[in-house]
Design a protein around this ligand. Structure first.
Ligand code: F6P
Length: 347
């Protein structure tokens, strides 16, 4: 038996939530207790809980049935562990005080970058990738993405029936800060006539050409736009809501911006709907529950193997391990060919 059986592990969820976070927690805690006799605690609200020593017990009782629940029972925040009174010393102090041997950090790019800095300084951390946008390059899919796509697809099916009834063009804005995966997949699933993604600037003339072509065929045009999309006349993605806790512009509103332009140029009555955080809410899909549970269980095996500074990830149908440095730095954008493939169906 490995010598670190019976160790005490702290779990945290950090950054924007994604459906499946609770399933990761359950997968890790369940297998850790059951197979390795480990003990668990949860840090509340991401790295903030680490810095503040805000800790809750995490036993079999706390994880009962939570794989079906959206959100995260631990709470989350976009706190950076190196800011304020944080830093390596504080993290070590809190871990020592609570007898915590290692941390499993479930989070996106920002969370894993902080985890890497801490691991480089000797803190024992294993990562689990989390991004509803599906933009982490080291994993084929991240949990929460499938659920978000399904929610967006259902919403678009509904937009299409009301669009048809009024003979309107419907613009649906979905999440996707730097990448257009949610837009591409939900747009394709819903049979959208135009899909606009951050990776590909497009002119309003081209958009209107597709809208008009669809309308001329007797269809009520559906335009899907990712929040991070820019028209070819814009330097940056549209933002009118200030900055988030990481100092990044809060996106949203590009749909409302292009809808009147489409209406003015095509003469087709146009309405915009922003799906926003609905895409991150509610119960995870079956796919996401399974993926999240497997990632949680795999993280425990990585802890047992003492492979600190490693993230678990999905490659094909296998769960693999990837060093933090390989997981960070490059975003998984929609490849040119994938967009071209979808583009054939526009208009
Ligand atoms: O990174 C995931 C994401 O959902 C983005 O698509 C979006 O821009 C952002 O988070 C929204 O963040 P918040 O929950 O802080 O409003």
């Amino acid at each position: 038996m490995p010598h670190n059986v019976g160790m005490r592990i702290g779990l945290l969820t950090s950054g924007g939530d994604a459906p499946g976070l609770n399933a990761v927690i359950r997968g890790a805690v369940f297998s850790g207790i059951q197979v390795y006799g480990q003990e668990f605690v949860g840090f509340r609200n991401g790295w903030r809980g680490v810095i503040e020593g805000d800790i809750i017990p995490l036993g079999r009782n706390e994880i009962k049935g939570i794989n079906k629940q959206g959100g995260t029972i631990l709470g989350t925040s976009r706190t950076n562990p190196f800011e304020g009174r944080g830093g390596v010393e504080r993290v070590n102090e809190v871990m020592k005080e609570h007898g915590i041997d290692a941390i499993i950090a479930i989070g996106g790019e920002g969370t894993l970058a902080a985890a890497k800095r801490l691991t480089d300084a000797g803190v024992k951390i294993v990562g689990v990738p989390k991004t509803v946008d599906n933009d982490l390059s080291a994993t084929d899919y991240s949990f929460g993405f499938d659920t978000a796509v399904q929610i967006a697809t259902d919403a678009m099916d509904r937009l299409r029936t009301t669009g048809d009834a009024h003979d309107r063009c419907m613009v649906a804005e979905v999440m996707g800060r730097h990448v257009g995966w949610i837009a591409l997949h939900s747009g394709m699933a819903a049979g959208a006539h135009v899909i606009l993604i951050p990776e590909r600037k497009t002119s309003i003339e081209q958009i209107c050409e597709w809208v008009t072509a669809a309308h001329d065929r007797g269809r009520a045009p559906l335009v899907v736009v990712a929040e991070g999309f820019s028209l070819d006349t814009m330097d940056d993605a549209h933002s009118e809501r200030g900055l988030d806790a990481f100092g990044r512009p809060r996106l949203g509103g590009i749909g409302e911006l292009i809808a009147p332009e489409i209406e003015a140029r095509t003469g087709i009555e146009t309405r915009a709907t922003t799906l926003g955080h609905i895409q991150r809410g509610g119960t995870p899909s079956g796919f996401d529950r399974v993926l999240a549970t497997r990632l949680g269980m795999a993280a425990i095996r990585t802890v047992i193997g003492e492979r600190w500074g490693t993230m678990v990830a999905l490659r094909g149908t296998d769960i693999v391990e990837v060093p933090f440095e390989q997981a960070l730095g490059t975003l998984k954008t929609v490849p040119h060919e994938r967009y071209e493939e979808a583009r054939v169906l526009f208009g």
